[in-house]
Structure formats: C-alpha cells, structure tokens
Design a protein around this ligand. Structure first.
Ligand SMILES: O=c1[nH]cnc2c1ncn2[C@@H]1O[C@H](CO)[C@@H](O)[C@H]1O
Length: 338
C-alpha cells in the first residue's frame, strides 16, 4: 500500500462541514445558471476564481451570495446527496453537517420543506454508507433573536439525526457571551453545544464559548495556541477543537501553513478533529486535509490515525458506527505497523 493509498483507506469522520459550503464549483455554476444576474459565475472555472478570498469578510460575502442561489427543498436535498457522495468517496463513515436554517428561510425555503429535504438527503447518505447527523447553527450577525428563532425551528421540526446547536459567521464584534441564554436553552433541550470560536479572534472568545455557551467542542479554536492556560484547560476537560487547515489558509485566518498552530495544539495534547469546513468553496476534501497534515505539517501516519481516533471520540455517532470505524482503523494500523 502506498502512502496515498493509506490516506484513501483511512476510515474518516467529518465533524466540521457546512452543507452550503460543500457545494462544488460545478454545483455552484449550475445553481447560478438558474439565477441569472446573481453575480455568481455560471462556469465552474470562473467559480473557482470567484472563491479566491482576500480576507474573512470577503469569504462570508461569497458564502452569502452562493447561499442566495439555494431556494428550494430540492436544492437542499441535492446538496446533501452531493456531499454524501463526496464523503463516501473519501471513506468517511460519519459526518456532522452544519446547516443554517435561518439563511435558508431567508431565500424562501419553508421550515417544513427544509426539514423534509434534510430527512430525504440523510436517507440517501445512509444508502451510500454514510451516517449523517445535523448541527443547526446561526450566523452571529443574526444575533440572539436569530438564534432563538433557529432553536425554535429545531425543537419544532427536529429532523432525524439532530445532535447539535452551533454559532458561525462573523466572530469579530460578535461576542459569544451574547448567545449564553439560547445555548442554555439548547443544552437543556438535549442539544450539544458546538460553536465556532477563536477562528478570527483571540483566546478570550474560546474561553467564552466554553464558559458562556458550554461548548463541548469548539469550531476552529486555533487562537487557543496563544494561551497555554487555555490549552491545558482543553486537555484537562477533553474539549476537542475542530481544526480546518485549508479553511484557515483560504479565509486568511492564518497567513501561511508554516504559521498554522496545529502542531503546537497537538503537542499540548489537545484532542483535534480535522474538518474541511466548506470543501466545495475551498477546493478540499477530508483526504486532502489529511494529505496536507502529512505533507505540509509533517504528521506521521501514526499521528493521522490518532486524529481519526480523536474524531471518533468527539463524535455523537451511534456506538455501532464508532466500533466499525475503530476496528477498521485498527486493521489498517496493523497493516502499516503503526
Ligand atoms: O469557516 C467558517 N467560519 C465561520 N463561519 C462560517 C464558516 N463557514 C461558513 N460559515 C458561516 O457560518 C454561518 C452559519 O453557518 C454561515 O452563514 C456562513 O457564513
């Protein structure tokens, strides 16, 4: 088995992927063709250029423009089916997919239509051998009212596979503590708290995600590397970071891979789940992220296998799926003597 065959064979878990951000350039172009005048290119090659971001705000603007093209339950179901096919190709057995109900409501998709499309897409994914769960989130710029409306939708529609409640979008100027009450309500309803924090801001927002929102995992959290006390806290309390190296590069959250804090975070003993974040918009995949960790960040095959174990431990999947993943990983590790 070659090193690249090892990467492909590695059974994987994806815990940080936005459904909308999984749309490939071809899918985005097809959606744009149906919405002339949207400003989004209708040719895949042009879409790839359109997804070259100058900074994080530029990324969010492109994300919002692409989101406007998704206007029906059929579009949502197609996005889920496309993501499931991509995940199956990368030997991902389980994924927690972030969906932003309010952003789809704004483009005219009725609440029930969204729930039914997600249920249908999840069945398609199951047929491909990929177990999907949902993390429903809100963009920070919709504020606590948007988060409360989102939680109301989740508790009313409760699509099968619902596991978590999240917070994405702009982080600067949107303190996590504003969402304390709605996250308390979400946790009381049995949802896992999975907010973004410390992606484009500092360690204080990661502390706040933990203390104010009761975060059980933190999206990105790369700023934690700047606070040794926070790193120790993450280790002692077993709070995983969902780290997405390509995303951090493409949104300019880090200036270069050489400056990416992943190795420091791993060296501190923090559990890390590698995610793709928005694989369609960033031109990446789960296997590509592992390849980057190996080739650019110097992780060994044994360390990559450890990342998979961290992801399984951090996942809210069924015990059967976890057991299957770990036994396949053990078999592969044996074959590679790692
Ligand atoms: O990498 C990311 N960091 C922060 N927000 C993101 C990222 N990818 C997508 N979204 C944003 O998250 C909001 C809620 O899901 C979406 O509106 C999208 O803009």
């Amino acid at each position: 088995m070659t090193p690249d065959e090892f990467l492909t064979a590695l059974p994987k878990v994806e815990l940080h992927v936005h459904l909308l951000g999984s749309a490939s350039p071809a899918t985005v172009a097809e959606l744009a063709r149906r919405h002339p005048g949207s400003g989004v290119p209708a040719e895949p090659a042009e879409v790839a250029k359109y997804c070259e971001f100058t900074d994080f705000a530029h990324f969010l603007a492109v994300y919002t423009a692409v989101n406007r093209l998704v206007t029906t339950g059929a579009d949502i179901e197609a996005l889920v089916a496309g993501l499931a096919a991509d995940l199956a190709r990368d030997n991902v057995r389980y994924a927690e997919v972030t969906v932003t109900p309010l952003s789809h409501r704004k483009t005219g998709i009725a609440p029930r239509e969204l729930a039914e499309a997600l249920d249908s897409g999840r069945r398609i994914a199951g047929g491909l051998g990929v177990e999907l769960s949902w993390v429903f989130d809100v963009s920070g710029d919709d504020g606590p009212p948007g988060a409360e409306a989102t939680l109301d939708w989740v508790l009313r529609e409760h699509p099968s596979g619902t596991v978590g409640f999240g917070l994405g979008g702009p982080e600067a100027g949107v303190p996590r503590r504003l969402f304390r009450d709605v996250f308390a309500r979400a946790k009381a309803a049995g949802l896992h708290s999975l907010p973004h924090a410390g992606e484009t801001t500092g360690p204080d927002e990661v502390w706040s995600a933990i203390r104010d929102l009761g975060a059980e995992r933190v999206g990105h959290g790369i700023a934690s590397a700047r606070d040794p006390r926070l790193l120790r806290h993450l280790v002692e309390h077993g709070i995983p970071l969902e780290i997405c190296p390509t995303s951090n590069l493409r949104t300019r959250a880090v200036r270069s891979l050489a400056e990416h804090p992943l190795r420091r975070i791993l060296a501190a003993g923090v559990p890390v789940a590698i995610g793709t974040d928005d694989p369609g918009l960033f031109g990446t995949s789960p296997t590509a992220e592992f390849r980057m960790c190996r080739d650019c960040l110097g992780l060994s095959e044994a360390e990559l296998a450890t990342l998979v174990r961290h992801s399984v431990a951090a996942a809210f999947c069924s015990p059967a799926v976890a057991a299957g993943l770990l036994s396949d990983l053990a078999r592969l590790s044996l074959a590679r003597s790692i």
